[in-house]
Design a protein around this ligand. Structure first.
Ligand code: CA
Length: 226
């Protein structure tokens, strides 16, 4: 598999080193650079045009959200992912509106960071599970504590016909699980999970996890219970 280059923007030196090692240890990823400010990041993004921008939000001379917006407005190939301690809703929404395609919290394991970057490059929108939960709140579901897939015959409001397995996998997608986690929970191979996800995305006519979550909730394909 081709290697994908990643630019890290993180102002805390120990965290920057830790993130760099998480990238370097992944065989499909290459570290393009690691910088600590918005100014350095813009310079590096223009010079390197990396496949991935992995950025912190709180930076000494601005916000990672400004960088993400700047990257999108430039219209290059770079895809942006947030890695931050901020899991609160305003930060999540602002980053996604600016163009972030993934959103990880800093308690993510190094292996999960590499895996999430590859998932984003493959067309997904990886999010830490608490972040997926914040997004659900955005759809007006009050203080929900659990999400259950509806049975296949539950007569969802005009949504596409999904098999029981497809619905189950969609439920896990909405909860923010990775393909590997879904495979483990559902007793399927990762390959099979990827096939189900592709089929579900096709039926929902979506291209990312964020869109899938939105459609799943708005079509009533999954239910958010108290
Ligand atoms: Ca910071």
């Amino acid at each position: 598999m081709a290697s994908h280059d990643v630019l890290i923007v993180e102002d805390d030196p120990p965290t920057r080193v830790w993130l760099a090692s998480a990238i370097e240890r992944h065989r499909d990823l290459v570290l393009a650079g690691a910088v600590g400010s918005c100014r350095e990041a813009r310079e590096a993004l223009e010079r390197l045009e990396p496949a991935v921008l992995l950025t912190d939000l709180g930076l000494p001379d601005g916000s990672g959200i400004e960088l993400i917006r700047w990257v999108r407005e430039r219209g290059g190939r770079t895809q942006s992912m947030v890695i931050t301690v901020f899991g609160d809703e305003p930060h999540v929404i602002a980053a996604i509106e600016a163009g972030a395609l993934g959103y990880l919290l800093k308690d993510a394991m190094p292996d999960a960071i590499g895996r999430s970057i590859l998932e984003m490059l493959a067309g997904g929108s990886p999010m830490s599970p608490p972040v997926a939960r914040y997004l659900l709140k955005r759809f007006g579901q009050p203080a929900s504590s659990g999400i259950e897939s509806l049975p296949a015959d539950a007569g969802a409001s005009g949504g596409p016909a999904l098999s029981e397995r497809e619905r189950e996998v969609l439920g896990y997608i909405v909860k923010g699980f990775t393909y590997v986690e879904i495979a483990r929970i559902a007793g399927l191979s990762s390959h099979t999970v990827a096939t189900y996800v592709r089929r579900v995305y096709g039926k929902l006519e979506v291209h990312s996890r964020g869109e899938a979550v939105y459609e799943a909730i708005s079509m009533g394909l999954v239910r958010v219970d108290e």
